[in-house]
Design a binder for this molecule. Structure first.
Ligand code: SF4
Length: 181
């Protein structure tokens, strides 16, 4: 029976694994939710998903595989293609992913929602926080776990677990606009 304490939206294994281990150490019941329609191309999406799945099996944490949805993502970011990373396209990208995660959390009786999106130093944690707070707002009884995952040696743990597990480490954020050409 999956835990309905916390739904943790996960973006990729390198960012997520240290956070998952921290939460498990704290005795937190959790379920992982993989919804990342931003990831391009599909092979890359499958590769990142497989790495998170592998870790979830190892840790015995339930893993929810949402659909890929790239067409909806492209529609949502239309007109923002040339935005820089940390700009308006990224806000829309976080919004979309957390809105879907919050809907799933609400429909399935979760008490709280969190995301691993903000741990990377390439992301603006204020954007991630805003997306999370807005995503849970329509649902009474669903809280956003607003936690700075970088603190308390979060970055060091992220790097150490990623190295230990020999995860695939992508070289770009996810969308086609973030691929270094
Ligand atoms: S750079 Fe990353 S966060 Fe920004 S829109 Fe692309 S995939 Fe989303």
């Amino acid at each position: 029976m999956p835990s309905t304490d916390l739904l943790l939206h996960v973006c990729c294994a390198p960012c997520s694994a240290g956070i998952i281990e921290t939460l498990l150490d704290e005795g937190q019941g959790l379920t992982l939710y993989f919804y990342n329609p931003n990831i391009h191309p599909f092979e890359e999406y499958e590769r990142r998903k497989a790495e998170v799945k592998r870790f979830s099996v190892k840790k015995g944490v339930p893993f929810i595989d949402a659909d890929h949805d790239p067409d909806k993502w492209m529609l949502r970011v239309k007109g923002l293609e040339d935005e820089k990373e940390r700009g308006r396209r990224c806000q829309v990208c976080f919004d979309m992913r957390l809105e879907r995660a919050a809907l799933y959390a609400h429909d399935n009786g979760f008490k709280a929602l969190a995301t691993t999106n903000g741990i990377s130093r390439w992301k603006d944690p204020r954007q991630v926080r805003l997306a999370g707070v807005n995503a849970v707002a329509p649902y009474a009884g669903l809280a956003f776990l607003d936690r700075d995952w970088r603190k308390g040696k979060g970055i060091e743990r992220m790097q150490a677990v990623s190295k230990r597990e020999d995860f695939y480490r992508q070289k770009y954020c996810g969308c086609e606009y973030s691929i270094l050409k």
